[in-house]
Design a protein around this ligand. Structure first.
Ligand code: ME8
Length: 657
């Protein structure tokens, strides 16, 4: 019987800078699902790749003095190296500069034009260069900036081709609200209200102001603009309209496209519209996760807050990193990355929970039976509850994987780990070991533990593919014992199984020491990232012709009292585009300050941060709201500003002098 196909994709990433933990999340998540499905017996196609065209790449290449292709070739190697390092088992890697992809995109564009879905017009509107997106005024954020990245937009006008979206509005609304396409479905409302209800606007699909793109075959000077190029990768990689591959019929429609929320709109609205226009069936599911954030901001290269997966992998092993990021991120929600949470998670779940379970069980089998258990058994009622919990884990995990809920799947498996450790406490094998007449009971307990570890480790193997084979080796499991069909059955290991004591799977980490070392690595990374930016990007726009105010004496200065305060709450001032209202812990009972920084900070960026407060400033009213003091910020040459944050080690109330 031929295997059932299963097709899963990550987004294709921009090779504009080094890959980081944020990219790792989607890729590791898809890899785990792909591995799980293979274990279940599916014929899996797992696709990832790189999205290599566009203005941003053209500009970066020019800055480095290389061609765009030379530029992307170098970065793509870094992505591939990382995926190898992280044990990513992709079946196909697509580059949008591959000739077969170019062929498909050109044919798709022509077909949509011939069908009347693409027409020529003129674009004038707001454009965000980093996101390569045009936005209408109604879509801009409250500060008139890009709704995705909140950076300033520019006015752009040019001849362009457009893709008609309106014919598909009704079908897309139904897709989002009445089917299981979008996960989590709770996000459908914002898409429908923000984009469909106001009337789907036609999408700009060609550009003439840059060259680094796929040429439109029938109109020289136009290159296909981002989304038709990028999204088509999911079908060109299967051979749709090209001769490179021949498995579109087998794998399409995709079972899961997984993306983060920043590109949800493109996958939830534009991609279905393109497919509808082409008369191609729609993918089955779009799983949308949040961002990995760092100090409240999306982790990204341009923010310079990249946590290097190679560094983390070297220190704790890839599997620990894979486990941590998968375990932290719930479908749909953001997950904040912190070294402390990561290390505590590795210590509690992997070192103490799983690692301890395996090492204790194997060590006892070794100590009391020389490694090989006798085949006789003596069961007790306590065994049944334990076995029941373990067997049930399999059903729950399978269900969660089908719902792309990886965090929950892992939580279930670790409930089984806890249950197994509790079984050790209940049965007290170390006491049984001291009593010769209890040896049969002891062998039974250890056998049950080993077989539970077989089930647990097999269920974990798609998530931690490097470590689990080591567990199988230690508990004496053969390959056949770890087949998927045997995960719902207890008693698969041979009755007289032989264990092999091995290395510690997850060594315990010294939390304080590690955090100190990681912090200094991150600080250096940030400095390096900053030094790679231009002065303007660094916020160092050269200040020329600085004119100082009249000189003051030290006594004048002493009149100003600057103290450290912590932002405990923050919200936008209604009716004002500029003001934020901050509640501060100033060490003196707290106070409220209104500050004109709403264009540069979201309230959540500030909460928990320490700032410099001008503490003895006469109260004033701003927009009718009382402000007791002022927080210090640096003014940049473009008139924007950045709050001067204070190191967390300086206590609230400390005087700044
Ligand atoms: O958007 N947290 O490419 P991209 C979680 N080329 N996920 C993150 C992340 C973070 N901090 N940063 C990146 C593009 N990602 C387009 C996609 S698809 C046809 C074209 C992940 O390099 C996440 O999956 O900006 C996000 O959707 C993807 O990287 C976008 O990466």
């Amino acid at each position: 019987m031929s295997k059932k196909p299963f097709y899963i994709t990550t987004p294709i990433y921009y090779p504009s800078g080094n890959p980081h933990i944020g990219h790792c999340y989607t890729t590791v998540a898809c890899d785990s699902i792909a591995r799980f499905k293979r274990m279940q017996g599916y014929d899996v196609m797992f696709l990832t790749g790189t999205d290599e065209h566009g203005l941003k790449i053209e500009q970066k290449a020019a800055e480095k003095g290389v061609t765009p292709k030379e530029f992307v070739d170098e970065v793509v190697e870094k992505f591939k190296k990382l995926w190898k390092y992280m044990n990513i088992s992709y079946d196909r890697y697509i580059r949008t500069t591959d000739s077969y992809h170019i062929e498909t995109v050109q044919k798709i564009f022509k077909q949509l034009y011939d069908k009347g879905y693409i027409y020529k017009g003129e674009y004038s509107g707001k454009y965000c260069t980093p996101c390569e997106s045009f936005w209408t005024d109604s879509q801009l954020d409250e500060n008139g900036c890009c709704p995705e990245c909140h950076r300033p937009v520019t006015f752009a006008k040019e001849e362009a081709y457009f893709f008609k979206m309106s014919p598909f509005a009704e079908r897309i609304e139904k897709l989002l609200t009445e089917t299981d396409y979008l996960r989590p479905k709770t996000r459908a409302t914002e898409l429908v209200n923000n984009f469909i209800k106001p009337g789907l606007e036609d999408l700009c699909v060609s550009r003439t102001t840059f060259k680094w793109g796929i040429p439109v075959t029938f109109d020289e000077g136009h290159v296909v603009y981002v989304w038709i190029d990028a999204l088509s990768n999911y079908i060109s990689a299967l051979g749709f309209m090209n001769g490179e591959y021949d498995d579109f019929g087998k794998f399409w429609p995709a079972d899961v496209h997984m993306v983060a929320k920043d590109i949800m709109r493109f996958h939830a609205i534009i991609w279905p519209a393109i497919l509808m226009a082409l008369d191609v069936p729609l993918p089955k599911h779009l799983a949308v996760h949040g961002w990995i954030t760092f100090n409240g901001e999306k982790m990204s290269k341009s923010l310079g807050n990249v946590v290097d997966p190679f560094v983390l992998g070297e220190r704790y092993g890839c599997d620990a990193i894979r486990y941590h990021i998968l375990r932290e991120m719930a479908l749909g929600a953001d997950s904040s990355f912190s070294n402390e949470i990561m290390i505590n998670r590795i210590n509690s779940d992997l070192a103490n929970g799983l690692g301890n379970l395996v090492s204790r069980t194997v060590a006892m089998a070794d100590k009391y039976f020389g490694g090989t258990l006798p085949a006789e058994r003596e069961t007790e009622p306590v065994d049944d509850d334990f076995k029941g919990v373990i067997i049930n884990t399999f059903t729950e995990v399978e269900k969660y994987i089908d719902e792309t809920k990886i965090k929950q799947a892992l939580e279930e498996i670790f409930k089984a780990v806890d249950r197994a450790n509790k079984y050790i406490d209940e049965t007290e094998p170390w006491k049984l070991g001291k009593d010769e007449s209890k040896k049969t009971r002891l062998a039974t307990v250890l056998y049950n533990l080993l077989d539970a570890i077989r089930i647990i480790s097999t269920l974990l193997s798609p998530f931690m593919p490097e470590t689990m084979p080591k567990v199988w080796e230690q508990i004496g499991a053969e390959k056949a014992d770890t087949e998927y069909s045997k995960l719902s059955v207890f008693g698969i290991l041979p009755a007289n199984v032989t264990v092999h004591k091995g290395e510690i799977l997850f060594p315990r980490i010294d939390v304080d020491k590690e955090i100190e070392e990681l912090n200094s690595i991150i600080k250096k990374n940030m400095e390096d990232a900053q030094s790679g930016l231009s002065a303007e990007e660094k916020g160092e726009a050269v200040q020329e012709n600085i004119e100082l105010s009249p000189e003051i004496t030290i006594d004048d200065f002493a009149k100003v009292e600057i103290r450290v305060a912590k932002v405990t709450a923050c919200e936008k001032v209604k009716k004002s585009k500029k003001l934020l209202c901050l509640q501060l812990d100033d060490g003196m009972g707290g106070r409220q300050v209104v500050s004109g920084i709403a264009q540069y900070y979201k309230p959540e960026d500030l909460i928990g941060r320490k700032v410099q407060l001008i503490a003895n400033l006469k109260p004033a009213k701003l927009c009718g709201i009382e402000s007791n003091g002022m927080i210090c910020a640096g003014e940049l040459a473009d008139g924007s500003c950045k709050v001067i944050f204070v190191d967390d080690s300086i206590p609230v109330g400390a005087k700044i002098r």
